[in-house]
Ligand binder design. Sequence first.
Ligand code: UDP
Ligand code: MG
Length: 349
Amino acid sequence: MMLGSDVSGLATDPATAAAQGLSIVVPVYNEAAGLTHFHERLGVLAQTLKQRHGLACEVVYVDDGSADGTLAIARALPATSSLDVQVVSLSRNFGKEAALMAGLDHASRGAVMFMDGDGQHPPELVEQLVRHWIVEGYDVVYTAKAHRDNESFLRRQAVRGFYALINWGARQKIPEDAGDFRLLSPRAAAALRLLPERNRFFKGLATWIGFRQLRVDYEPAARAHGVTSFNPRQLIGLSIEGLTSFSVAPLRFASMFGLLLALGAFLFGLNILWETWMEGKSVPGYPSLMVGLMTIGGVQLLMIGIMGEYIGKILSELKARPIYFVAEHSVKRSTTDAAVSVGDRTAAE
Ligand code: UDP
Ligand code: MG
């Protein structure tokens, strides 16, 4: 019995890489205002990729239960001679991580690229990422924010703290500032599909799988329209999600903190005994007693909360619910030979 997974069969050399093509996965949630323009930019990109690398592209739009006209617009987007279009519509808003997973599951080409549909991830940069894969043979080409100058001091510290905690004692460190904008070679995409967990922290998983990884710094563009769908509360939620599904650091931290407190209490106890027996002092220490009680009470509640997070995670993994439901799926292929490959895929499934 093999307990690991062998994806070496999917290793690509420059010649075969281009032939397998590239799927670009774009999660969209209420992006109606900018989607048509985004699609035009992708069309130009696909043309360039075809000319320079002979790479056939498809885009997989995952409509994450948008409340505006995003789905109708996505359905009407045309395929071109160098770009096929898939539209996967989820039954409700499942969140970006689930939408990315749905896109990965429906991607029918070899390599997979993830990018946002709001124009913050410039399509123009994709050509560079593709080159790192096809020409230099990297498996995971991820992008990272070149700097965080436009963010508040508090937020930067919070981000630093988060990565320090999640990477504490980890063998494979998750790079700070890395985003979801990344390219996976066919074997890396296959590896990502093989991971069974339901609580998915995409950035972490894409790092965890290993292979040859490369960091590319870039400056995210301003959002083309609208506002971010992640408010501070949701970001904190995502951080807790990432932490608890990726590292046991908070639990270890809890045990160490408990140990420290216990040690302090022991020393304090020794001190009291010393004072009573040796110095004959017996102080009615009401305030120190209260402070001690409250500290221990608070710390215990905090630790129980941390444990609760992990137990909740176990519960949701145990229930094993599907990560998303696809309500509608449409495929537009431009060439006949590509249409055949869809048939093959269905037959193989
Ligand atoms: N998104 C999604 N589902 C959600 C929230 C966002 O599919 O529940 C998509 C959104 O349409 C965009 C990408 O995820 O393409 C990033 O979202 P956003 O720009 O709001 O986040 P930020 O860039 O601020 O991290
Ligand atoms: Mg954005």
